[in-house]
Design a protein around this ligand. Structure first.
Ligand code: NDP
Ligand code: 8X3
Length: 250
């Protein structure tokens, strides 16, 4: 049976992907910081497949290493890695952006993805098999006003995806990225630090993507025949023409 590790499985895109993978009989290793959410999801999905949970913060290399060491036999079996944990913190003009927010985005979206991938890929290389899907963003393709550092971190994800594709080419490992536009998840609540009104207003007058729309695409990418890799996929709600151009007339 296939085994997938999903980071950021406690909400949004990661959770929807876990649910869809379980329906399709893919064993799961689910990761996140919120243990109660991991336990609830494990309970929900373990009637369908084997579900292991690992609680750690992707920004903390020691925590990532310890978590993987605690599940070594299963980590070695991973066929699919979904690098999804991440997010935006703040939305401010560069000269006013908060240092803690900037550090957190760099540490989570870039360094977290590097730590997780660096620890898992040696086993894929050994097996000469595996699929890595990095969740980037439309912000990884274009910058937009006030998106400065978030956008830079997602451009880095794009660059890392391409770099990994070169390095893993000799081993037949598939490396892909998916670049969603506006998806209504906890993303904006996190970006605006719990200001629900402001978070909701991001989706005013549009029909945004749902986490399930991205999960569908991830599953499609992960289930192609062995000679096919969908290397780069951008998905937008119909209302969105670019990171900035959004038709709010529904
Ligand atoms: P959510 O906020 O709903 O989910 C984010 C997930 O990341 C949570 O499960 C969270 O888990 C996890 N996470 C965040 N920080 C850490 C950390 N330091 N260590 C471990 N896990 C962490 O947002 P989305 O589902 O929308 O976001 C998923 C990915 O999709 C992100 O990389 C985001 O940048 C990207 N994306 C989102 C878009 C959108 O419009 N929503 C558009 C394009 C890309 P926990 O808090 O339990 O640790
Ligand atoms: C999230 C998409 O455009 O809100 O990555 O930054 S956007």
């Amino acid at each position: 049976m296939t085994t997938a590790l999903i980071t950021g499985a406690t909400s949004g895109i990661g959770k929807a992907t876990a649910e869809l993978f379980a329906k399709n009989k893919i064993n799961l290793i689910l990761c996140g910081r919120r243990k109660d959410k991991l336990i609830a999801l494990q309970k929900e999905l373990s009637t369908l497949v084997d579900v292991q949970i690992l609680q750690f913060d992707v920004t903390n290399l020691i925590q990532v290493k310890n978590a993987f060491d605690s599940l070594k036999e299963k980590i070695e079996l991973i066929d699919i890695l979904i690098n999804n944990a991440g997010g935006a913190h703040g939305l401010a003009s560069f000269e006013q952006a908060n240092f803690e927010d900037m550090d957190l985005m760099i540490d989570t979206n870039i360094k977290g993805l590097i730590y997780v991938s660096r620890l898992i890929t040696p086993f894929m290389v050994q097996k000469k098999r595996g699929t890595i899907i990095n969740i980037s963003s439309i912000a990884g393709k274009e910058s937009y006003p006030f998106g400065n550092v978030y956008s830079a971190t997602k451009h880095a994800v794009d660059a890392l995806t391409k770099g990994m594709r070169f390095d893993f080419n000799p081993y037949g490992i598939k490396v892909a990225s998916i670049n969603p536009g506006m998806v209504e998840t906890e993303f904006s609540n996190v970006r605006f630090k719990g200001d629900e009104k402001r978070a909701k207003s991001v989706y005013d007058g549009i029909h945004p993507l749902l986490a399930q729309d991205i999960a569908d695409a991830i599953y499609y990418m992960a289930s192609r025949p062995s000679h096919v890799v969908i290397s780069d996929l951008t998905i937008l709600p119909v209302a969105q023409a670019s990171a900035q151009v959004v038709n709010r007339n529904k």
